[in-house]
Ligand binder design. Sequence first.
Ligand SMILES: [Zn+2]
Length: 109
Amino acid sequence: MGKTKEFRVINRRFQFKCPYCGGRRNFFINNLRRKNIKCFKCGESTRCLFNRRTDKRVFQSGKILLTTKAGKELEVNLKDLSYNGAGVEIPAGVYPTSTVSGPGSFLEM
Ligand SMILES: [Zn+2]
């Protein structure tokens, strides 16, 4: 049996690093949780476990105040926090459409 190693997957890509010889190679994977990869260099196989935890969102609730470029303040509902951002919900109909075009739209800050 080969070694087991955990890799972090970012945007369906991970960099395989062989625990035997240190050889590296980039792979693309879809929804796999584990895969045996045979080293292209030394031929040893490694059981790879894929970790996507950095992509997971942490659900939060609360209200936050955003300030737009124009200096307007918007109170929005905080929905979740993720690795590279935060998700918010803007109450429909509360703010003029010239400021916010709708749910799911981007705000220019
Ligand atoms: Zn190797």
